[in-house]
Write a protein that binds this ligand. Structure first.
Ligand code: F6R
Length: 234
C-alpha cells in the first residue's frame, strides 16, 4: 500500500484527481466511484479538470434500497449533482434502488462489473472499516449483494437525512471480491474519526472484522489521508 499524507481534504481531493488524470492518460476508461462526504473534494477537482470522461464508463459502489434515482438522498442523485452533470460519462452505472427484484438486480450489476473491468476504483472507508457497504463480517469473496446496514453506519449516514428513521436500512453493494478485481484502487479518508479504521486497515490483521484490511492483499492501492486520519499509524 502506498500511503500519501496530505494536509487536508482539499489537498487530498487534488491529489486523487491528479491520479485520475494520470490513470486516464495511461488508458484507464472504467472508473469505480464512491459517494459520501469523503470524495466531494475529488469530484470538485475533477469537475474543474480538463479530463473528458465522455469515452469512459463509471460504476458506483452502492445504492440505498428503496430510493428512486430522483430521490435527493439517492446515490444516483448525488453523483449527478457532484460529477455527472458537469462531467458526463458515456455510461454511468449504479445499482437501481427501486429495482423490483433484488436477486435480478444483483445479477444485473455483477454482469455490468464483469463486462466492464474496473481500471481505477475510488473508495472511502467507514468508521467501522467498511468499504462500499461491506460491513464487518462480510466475506472477502462476495460479489454484489443486498446488505442490512449496521447501526453505526445508519447513525453515521443520518447526517444526510432529516431524521435517523429516514435512513434506509438496506443497500445494494458491490462485494469485496469485485472491488479486489479493480486494477488499481485509491482509498481516501479525512478526519480523526477515521484514524482507528485506517490503523486497522494498514497495520491490523487481515480480518473480515475490518473489511478494508483486505486491501493489504491488493498490489496497487494508494491511500490518501489527512494528518488527522493518520494519527494512529505511528
Ligand atoms: C459510499 C461508500 C461508503 C463510504 C463510507 C464513508 O459509496 O461506499 O463506504 O465511502 O461510508 O463515508 P463518508 O465519506 O461519508 O465518511
Amino acid at each position: 500500500m502506498k500511503i500519501i499524507i496530505v494536509k487536508n481534504s482539499a489537498a487530498g481531493g487534488k491529489k486523487a484527481s491528479e491520479l485520475f488524470k494520470q490513470a486516464y492518460n495511461d488508458g484507464a476508461r472504467v472508473f469505480g466511484l464512491a459517494t459520501g462526504s469523503t470524495p466531494i473534494t475529488t469530484y470538485e477537482c475533477l469537475v474543474k479538470s480538463d479530463i473528458d470522461f465522455s469515452d469512459c464508463i463509471s460504476i458506483n459502489l452502492d445504492e440505498y434500497v428503496g430510493l428512486k434515482s430522483t430521490d435527493p438522498q439517492s446515490y444516483r442523485y448525488y453523483m449527478e449533482k457532484n460529477l455527472f452533470i458537469a462531467k458526463p460519462f458515456k455510461k454511468s452505472f449504479l445499482p437501481k434502488g427501486d429495482a423490483l427484484d433484488a436477486v435480478e438486480e444483483v445479477q444485473r450489476y455483477d454482469k455490468v462489473i464483469e463486462d466492464n473491468p474496473i481500471d481505477l476504483q475510488l473508495l472511502g472507508i467507514g468508521r467501522n472499516g467498511h468499504i462500499g457497504f461491506n460491513e464487518p463480517g462480510s466475506s472477502f469473496k462476495l460479489k454484489t449483494h443486498k446488505v442490512a446496514l449496521t447501526d453505526s453506519t445508519i447513525e453515521a449516514n443520518a447526517r444526510f437525512f432529516e431524521n435517523e428513521q429516514d435512513v434506509p436500512k438496506f443497500a445494494y453493494s458491490m462485494g469485496i471480491g469485485s472491488i479486489m478485481k479493480s486494477k488499481s484502487i485509491i482509498l481516501e479518508a479525512f478526519g480523526e474519526d477515521k484514524a482507528e479504521a485506517i490503523a486497522k486497515m494498514v497495520k491490523g490483521p487481515l480480518s473480515e472484522a475490518c473489511p478494508a484490511s483486505v486491501l493489504q492483499e491488493h498490489d496497487n492501492v494508494t491511500v490518501i489521508i489527512d494528518e488527522a486520519a493518520a494519527i494512529k499509524l505511528s
